[in-house]
Structure formats: C-alpha cells, structure tokens
Write a protein that binds this ligand. Sequence first.
Ligand code: ATP
Length: 444
Amino acid sequence: MSRGETAGRCVVWVGRPSVEEHFGLIRAGWRTVVADPSRDAGDPPPCGQRAIAVLDLRQDTEPAARMLFELKAQHPDLPWIGLTGVRASADDVALKRLLSQAFHVIEGQAPLGALRQALRRATGCTTDVEADPPSLLTGNSPAIRTLSQNLRKFAPVELPLLITGETGTGKEMAARALHQLSPRRDKPFAAINCGALPASLVQSELFGHERGAFTGATARRIGHFESADGGTVFLDEIGDLPLDAQTNLLRVLQEGTVERIGSCQSIRVDVRVLAATHVDLEKAVAQGRFREDLFYRLNVLRLRMPPLRERTGDVELLAQHFLDAFRESYGTRARAFSSAARRAMNAFPWPGNVRELMNRVQRAAVIADDALITPDDLELNADTHGADRDSLGSARTSAEREAIMDCLRASAFNISECARRLRVSRVTVYRLCKKHQLAIDQLR
Ligand SMILES: Nc1ncnc2c1ncn2[C@@H]1O[C@H](COP(=O)(O)OP(=O)(O)OP(=O)(O)O)[C@@H](O)[C@H]1O
C-alpha cells in the first residue's frame, strides 16, 4: 500500500492491541489511536473523517461495545471491524446482532494479517499490503517520504553509507531500518557509539584482542566487527574515532579483514558499514582530525536526516505515536493534545529533534491532569514561538538560539566550554538556554 493511500487515515482501536499489533499497524502506515474502555470509559476518542474503528472483543465485551456505540452516535458512518478472538459468537444473540453490523469480523488469536487486509478493503486500496516493505520511520512529510524511498534504494546495495543529521533526528533508527530492509536482516546489527568509548578501548571493542595483548587483557576478546560477521556495523559519531582506529577501519573497508590487537593474523569479515555523524566531516578532514581516504570510502552513499522543524506535519503524528506507545505501557490519563498544545508543538523549533519531542511528550503524559495534554504539560509556551515568525525581533531570537545550539554542540554540551567559546559567563549560557527552552540534559 502506498503512503498516499493511507495518508490521513486513522485506525481507532477500541480495546487493547498487543504491542505487536499496535506497531504492526503503524509500520503499515496507519496512524493508530488506542481507546481502552477500561481506562477511558465514557470518553470516546477524537475521530476524524477518514477513521476506521476496530472493535476488539477479546477482553471485556460490554465496555468495548458501549464505547463503539458512543463513537457511532457521533459518527454514524464510521466503518468498523470486529475482532472476536477465539470466542464463539453463535450462541450470544446480542453479540451476533452487533457483529452483523460490522464491515468485517475476524476470529482467531493472531488477527494482524487479516486485519490489514480488511482495512485495505474497507478503504478501497487496490495494492497488496504485504507487497509493500515495512515503513520503520514514523512520519508522512515529504522529507521523510523521500528519506524512506532512499532507504529502500540503498538497502540492497552492498556499499558503505554515511548518515548525517543533527542530534536526535533518528540516525540510528534509519540505520536499523536499512538493516531490516537489507538482505542481511537475519544477521547481527551492531551499533557502536564511537564518542562514548574511551580512546584506550576503541580498538579492542571494535577489532578484539588476544590474551596478553596489553595489561589487563586476561582473555581473548572478539570485537564487534567479528561478532557481526554477515551483518551490519553501525558506527555512530564516527568523527570521534581516534586516528589509529580509523586506519584499521579503512582496512576493513578496503580488504574486508580485521586484526585483533596482539595478533598479526588477518581475519576475514563480511560486514556492511554504516556510519553517522552530526559534525561536518569535511571540516574534520581539512583540520587533519579525520583521514581523507576513509572519508571518501565511507561517503559513497549519503543520507541526510532532516531536522524535525523541516518535517511539516510530522510533529503531531510523532507526538501521538509516542503518546500512544507510552499509554500502552503505563496507562496514563492523557490520550491526545489540546489544539493549543498542537499549535505550540508546530511552532517550536525542536533543537533536540525527535528525541526531545519524545521526552517532552512522555513527561507531559505523566504530569497531565486531563485527557488532553496542554502546552504547559509540554513545557512549551503557546505564545512565544510562531506568533511573530516574520518580525525582525523573531529573526534575531532564532539566530541567537541557533548560535547557542551550534556552540553547545561544538562543546559537546559542556556549559563551561560553551561559555568560554562564546566569551560570556556560565550564568549567561544557563540563562540563554532557559530563554530558548534548550534542555541541556535531554540534548546531551
Ligand atoms: N521516525 C521516528 N519514529 C519513531 N521514533 C523515532 C523516529 N526518529 C527517531 N525516533 C526516536 O528518537 C530517539 C532518537 O533517535 P536516534 O537515536 O535514532 O537519533 P540519532 O540521530 O541517532 O541521535 P544522536 O545524534 O544523538 O545519536 C530514539 O528514541 C528513537 O527511537
């Protein structure tokens, strides 16, 4: 099914889907709102023009049926699909009567495949759902659709890939999606954050070591490249890789071999290397911090993760996705966003990107007193952003915000270092972070 066919469509699941069912629908392109009658009794979910309901009768029949009646009272034309599980409806007259009004009824314990087919028929889609590879990145903006297309093109090609993008844009998620879409999907996926490894351990972590290779090497250790043989290695923050490890990585890419520290035996490994960076690698090459030959080896295929502020329409979709997933695990009262909250989210520039959005939504879901999350719950000021988007004052504010954000990134979110670079006091940096709603802990 193409994204276009599901665009704007929404499944309202009355009941409790399993995590697999919930994410299975999301991956197939369906925005999925869960309305659990045991938690939201008397509170039918918001339901758009293009919604389809799923009546899940596998738990408590009566509250679920009641909620569906309330929904139907507000939206008489709402089509719905019944899930009965293994329950036999033949003897239950009321249930039989109810199910006779369904667009389709699915019995059995594992309804996901049949449900996707029924949804396809209910919406008049002509193509086969299963023929479409899974979409592993939530979002429907032109930027994310182009990205998904490129992921699919790059997945089967056995070449290194460099993923660039600001912090929290989903670089690791894209790498995992690419692995899932590639012929290597059944083999290991190893994700290593080069910036988080102490320089003294990088070589041993990546390439392994022999017993006695250095003080403390009491046993042989197999490195990530060897253990991921046949699969994919994802090197996050590749710009932080020390120069000696860069040389060994180059050998993997050129010759397909690794040498454990303390051994001169070459071991053949078959891995696809994906690398990510939020720093400008060209600049690092010019400054002699990154090997030029390695840069050209890695930079064959390139994927740029768009910042959230460029992904028009995705903020609300992602926010609801995170809220639904959080509710699934913790059963919070909040189930949607007030219109002021949606306006505030759309106007906010999201310096920490998707990760910041996820953190704010989860925190808001915990503290919200109501079914609808407010701008205050999200710690967003409804009026600060967006209202005077075109004014000179606003241009100055966003330039200031961007300059601070760039400096924070360049200083690895160290306040003292950032203050030194900007030639202001630490207190000023803190004050500016507060003014621009830059949550340092989250950004780190
Ligand atoms: N499209 C998406 N749909 C759902 N969740 C997402 C999406 N993109 C990112 N996330 C979530 O946002 C968080 C940050 O994503 P990820 O770690 O992939 O970003 P990153 O760009 O690698 O960050 P960093 O530069 O800090 O390493 C993760 O929890 C991830 O699950």
